[in-house]
Design a protein around this ligand. Structure first.
Ligand code: SF4
Length: 354
């Protein structure tokens, strides 16, 4: 059954045949805690007869989300520790995140910002907060790149997005604008002429990082939406979260990376899953992740190789998970060296501040 609009409640998922009766009580408890949304495009993609369907696994609430482990934390990558003003995360010297909105077209069950996004989340930046965020960027000549993330910035109306882009256009030292989005695959019709105009309105070199996790997400409609972005002169790169039961398989991962490249999206990030609450059922060990990434090397073209990345819990930035900066220790934990040369234990000990 194809939904006409996004499914956002357990009752709607059930009515669409996407949630078997025995799973509804737990799904109801999950939905009270974390946001739910499945777009019509994704609802149509789910094989409801397959209990292991990798699309359903990403979006349909599951009882396992009710279990939070001691090492999981509300802010797993430490955004708050690096947020000088509302809506800005300034972790690295030459770039900032601009989080204009905390709403998404879909809510991924493994989301690393699941405590911040959703209809009950932090919402959209107020005009005053947006003024302060833009002023923060304008006053710092070292900021070369602005990354719009959130939430999904492509849920903003073209008019609103255009207004933000025009303000960035006036800041000379910002040379690169980057969007991170799920929209081209989960709501491809949204990528229309007005939205494309808005994305380009800064006049800066513009990148769109597409978040996709399984080759089946590349429907004909999604491929057409991606083509509209690339044909308009923007560069596309990928981001994927390595997820148990979705893409933790060498063949699936290879097919996914090839799908990106075939659609003119350069593989960029393969994220090790973060320590978000209620997501342990998605997490692989670092050793398993490294073996999968290694298997890609001999299997697919160099064009298809992403960087395997771990965000160091606590806000210490990213580290290449398959590099010498990540070392397995005798105690079974890993030692991670951040970009400042400081060492961290992974997984972190219980009770470490997020
Ligand atoms: S689209 Fe991104 S921010 Fe939104 S729910 Fe999914 S992972 Fe979280």
């Amino acid at each position: 059954m194809t939904a006409a609009r996004s499914l956002t409640t357990v009752a709607e998922l059930a009515a669409a045949g996407l949630l078997p009766e025995e799973k509804r009580p737990a799904a109801t408890a999950v939905a009270e805690r974390y946001a739910v949304a499945v777009t019509p495009a994704l609802a149509a993609l789910i094989d409801a007869d397959d209990p292991l369907d990798p699309i359903a696994r990403q979006f349909i609430p599951d009882a396992a989300e009710l279990v939070t482990l001691p090492e999981e934390r509300a802010d797993p990558i430490g955004d708050l520790a690096h947020s000088p003003v509302e809506g800005i995360v300034h972790r690295y010297p030459d770039r900032v995140l601009l989080k204009a909105v905390h709403v998404c077209p879909v809510y991924c069950r493994f989301c690393f910002r699941r405590e911040m996004v959703g209809p009950e989340g932090l919402g959209t930046l107020s005009p005053g907060a947006l003024d302060t965020a833009i002023a923060y960027i304008a006053e710092r000549p070292e900021i070369w790149e602005v990354i719009l993330t959130g939430g999904d910035p492509l849920v903003l109306s073209p008019r609103r997005l255009q207004a933000i882009m025009e303000r960035l256009a006036a800041i000379d030292h910002v040379k690169i604008v980057r969007f991170h989005s799920r929209v081209p695959v989960v709501d491809p019709e949204r990528i229309d002429a007005a939205l494309i105009e808005a994305l380009k309105a800064s006049g800066k070199t513009t990148y769109v990082a597409l978040h996709a996790n399984h080759p089946r997400e590349f429907t004909a409609e999604a491929r057409a939406a991606i083509a509209r972005i690339v044909d308009a002169g923007m560069v596309m790169i990928s981001q994927t979260v390595l997820l148990r039961g979705v893409n933790d398989d060498a063949e699936v991962l290879a097919a996914l990376m090839r799908a990106f490249v075939e659609n003119r999206v350069k593989p960029y990030y393969l994220h090790h899953p973060d320590l978000a609450p209620g997501t342990a059922h998605f997490r692989l060990s670092l050793a398993e992740g490294r073996a999968l990434v290694e298997s890609l090397r001999g299997r697919v073209s160099g064009l298809c190789q992403p960087a395997y990345i771990l965000d160091i819990p606590g806000g210490h930035g990213k580290v290449r998970a398959d590099s010498p900066a990540v070392e397995e220790a005798d105690d079974g934990c890993f030692r991670l060296r951040d970009f400042r040369g400081k060492t961290h234990v992974y997984p972190p000990e219980e009770g470490l501040a997020s």
